[in-house]
Design a protein around this ligand. Sequence first.
Ligand code: G6P
Length: 610
Amino acid sequence: MCGIVGYIGNRESQDILIEGLKKLEYRGYDSAGIAVFTQEGLEVRKSIGRLANLEGKLEGDPLHGSVGIGHTRWATHGKPSDANSHPHTDNSHKFSVVHNGIIENYLELKEELIAKGRHFVSETDTEVISHLIAEEYDGDIVQAVQRAVKHMRGAYALGVLTEYEPDRLVAVRFASPLVIGVGKGENFIGSDIPAILEYTRDVYILNDGEMAVLTTNAVELMTIEGEVISKEIFHVDWDLVTAEKAGFDHFMLKEIYEQPKAYRDTMMGRVSEDGRSVVLKEIGMTAEQIRGIRKVHIVACGTAFHAGLVGKTVIEGLARIPVETDVASEYRYRSPIITPDTLVIVVSQSGETADTLAALREAKRNGARVLAITNVVGSSVAREADDVIITQAGPEIAVASTKAYTSQLIAFNLFGLYLAQVLGTRDEAFVAEVLEAMHKLPEQVEAIIEQAPVLKQVADSISTHNNLFFIGRGVDFAVAQEGSLKLKEISYIHSEAYAAGELKHGTLALIEDGIPVIAVITQKDLYEKTLSNIKEVKARGAHVLGVVNAGMEEEVGKSVDELFVIPKTLQLLSPTLSVIPLQLISYYASLARGNDVDKPRNLAKSVTVE
Ligand code: G6P
């Protein structure tokens, strides 16, 4: 996601900001910028692309001054561009802001600010904040920030400067990380510890609703209500590599742990305030166009394809439109029947996968409307599709996809509900019930992650095997396929996923004494059938782990060797939970085998060749 760094002291801030931003490069970004108090006032430089571009601009025209803020941007609202990069200023150029997070109600705020005569130069939600602070300012920047954040809904970590008070740097946090680095005669802010680790190891970690006012020699901590607080200093003893992973051993594990946030962020701004309907402002299709959709094709590769398999169940279940799901590399060559009343949904974390992009173009050539579900604003897929839902998982670094996949599931559920609303296939009470259950998912994911030690034990025993099977029915089969792919990718254990009822048509011949079988069983109407398939493999000596929904443990427990229970949710949403233990099992199995978890052999994060 985006990165923030800020400095107040006696050194040239430009150098410290650039060095800090370099330490955040690994997280991915598409533009960067800094604002520094110079003798001429508050000056801003920004540039699309790599930090080297910004450095190039600064080389010929450096900013001299010892107070500044900097930012690397990963586009969420508006494409990557100079204008959309941070820092953002108000119209007087007296206030400057860097921001991580998402302001849910920014469009409403923007309209209000425009009505007050403010004009906007970017498409970002952040620019709203600089105007808001300017509006609220009456001589005290701390109070102005406190008043401004009261208007904002969503997530934010902010660094704020005003030319009127050049000896203060204000930082504030709500639902987006921010740390304050304490130095001698200088202080820092950073969205992440690596940004400031070179300069200090003493940090305050801000909690939601807390803010800090930094001067050269002091850091004052308070709540956004203005109540002064005190905090223990956290002494960081991590090296830089550990700090980049926020203390986790691998990016994959960090990204598994980031899923609750990815769920929240993907839902943010897409649910009405009363929680009873889905709001997808990014969908340009009219109600009439939606009513005209006769079929849906979902096209993707790898993990994104597996998200599409779940998407098929979601859309067919909620909107009653027939859906076909295709692997992108097959789609074009099977001469698919694409008509103008086909909606083609392409799913791609990176938005750059060659086969997916080619499928998108084929669909458009045939007159279909294309919706992209992608994690990268401004990616090729996002640019070429007619409508785009951005998944808001933040950059994913580990090759094995985790949070990108689950946020694609969230996106499919939101889109399925949206279709159901427009088509009237589900009533408001139903939509509200699903949304309520979706709001509970982040906490439920956390509860599963707390069980990691149990899953590690399972993984340790699996890691000694060379073959393994995943089984499931219906949407559980889709999850089984993702679980199997995850395990293969990083542990190099051969595994296959089977529709549970299909085993006896051949694959059962491979079941022998002690072979592990993981059965995903979350669908009430299907579990009895899967239980009989479990009996088939058990009779041939398989060791079965059942991943079940809470409430099924008693019945299923009798038939399996081990059980892992996921918290109770609606059947429709169960893939968003049942996949989490499978991700953790794969992670720990890879670890037990001594593999390079984040960079598995022969695989690439983004596959831009056909
Ligand atoms: C590669 C990655 C997978 C990913 C697939 C599709 O194989 O290793 O993790 O699922 O590409 O990538 P996309 O960016 O289109 O989702």
